[in-house]
Design a protein around this ligand. Sequence first.
Ligand SMILES: *Cc1c(COP(=O)(O)O)cnc(C)c1O
Length: 409
Amino acid sequence: MNYETQILNTKYQQPDVYGALSMPVYYTASFEFPNAKAMSDAFSGRSPAPSYSRIANPTTTHLEDRVRGVTGAQSVTALNTGMAAIAHALINTSEAGLNIVASKHLFGNSVSLMRDTLGALGVETRFVDFTHIEEVGKAIDDKTCALFFEIITNPQLFVADIQSLAELAHSHGIPLMADTTVVPFSVFKAKEQGIDIELVSSTKYIGSGTGLGGLIIDYGTFDWSQSPSSVLHARTKKVGKRLAFTARLKTELLTNLGALMTPQVAYQETLGLDTLNIRFNRQASTTQWLAEQCQSIPQIKRVNYTGLNDNPYHELATKQFGTLHGAVFTISLESKEAAYAFIDKLKVIRRATNLFDRKSLAIHPASTIFVTFTDEQRAAMQVDDTLIRLSIGLEDPEDLLEDIKQAVQ
Ligand SMILES: *Cc1c(COP(=O)(O)O)cnc(C)c1O
C-alpha cells in the first residue's frame, strides 16, 4: 500500500463502540478499571490498557500507530513539541561523561539544548561540519553516544551524505540520529538510508501550523548493547538489544518528564497525516517552480534551493530525497535595507516564523531567529543580513510569484 492508502486504513487498537470513522478524542486524564487485577495488570505493563494520560492516551497512541505503519518503525513516541522529541531522544541516549557529535548547522534551540542544558548535566557536544565526513570521524571517541544532524540544514540548505554518515556511525557502534523535519516521511525513507532514530517537529508539515508536536521514530535497527550509556546497556539485559531505547523512553522518561502529546493535538495531527503527502507534493512543486522563476528576477542576487540544477547539493539531495526538495528556499537581495523593504511590501506571503504552514511565510533570519548570535557566529553559520527565507504554502503559485515580483521593486 502506498502512503495515502495506508495512512487512511490504520485500525484503532480497540474498535469504537459507535463505529466512529474519525478517531474519537479521549479528553480524559484517567481511565477506570473493572477490578483490582485489571488495574494492577495495566500498571505493571502486563496489559496494554491505558491508566493515565501522562503515560498513554488512546488518541495519541492512534497517531503513533499510524506513523509506525507508514514508516515501518519498531516504535513511535509522540511528544508535545519538536524540541521535546529531540530533548527526550538525547537525554535517553546520553549520560554525564559521554559526548554527542553534532552538526554545527542546526536549529538554534537544538544547539542551545546540547551546549547549555545537556552541557550543565555533564554531557559534552562536539559541533562539527557534517558535510565534511572526515571532521565527523575525528570528533568520535569511545565516549561518543550519538551522531546528530539535520537532513537539510536551515537556512543554509546544506545536505550531508547520509549513507556515509550511517556507515561511519555504525562502524563505531554509534546510533545515527537525524532531525528530518524538512522532508516528511511520506517521501523520505529514513530507515533505508541508515538512520536509527528519526526526530520530527510535527508542528511543521504534519500539523501545518495548527499546534505544536514532535515525534521520535525508533527503527529498531541499533544494537544498544554497543552504547557507552550504562543505563541503556543495563536495559538491553532486560528487554533485548533493539528495544532498550524505546523501553527506557516509554517507561522512564515519559513518566518522569511528562511531555507526552495531548489527545487534542494528536487528533489534529491525525487529520494532518491524511493530507500530508498531497500537501507536500503541492508545496514542494510550487517551491521548485518559484525558485526557478526567481532566478530571472534581476533584483534577486542569489536563489538557494537544492532543487535547482546549479545548487552544489542538487545531485546528492536528489539521490536522497527524490525529485521533490521541500518547501523552503532562500533569496539574497542587494542589502539588509532591500531585504527589509521586500518583507514590508509583501501582500500575500505572511511575515511570520515557522515552516511548512499551509500559508506562505517570509522571515529575515539574521534579525530574528539568529538575533542573539554575534556577527561572527552568524557569519560562521552563513546567515548574512541580505538573506530572506521563504516557506511556501498552498496558495496559487502565480499569485505568489506576483507578490515576490512587486515586493522586490
Ligand atoms: C521547528 C523545528 C524544530 C523544533 O520544533 P518545535 O515543534 O517548534 O519544538 C526542530 N528542528 C527543526 C528542523 C525545526 O524546523
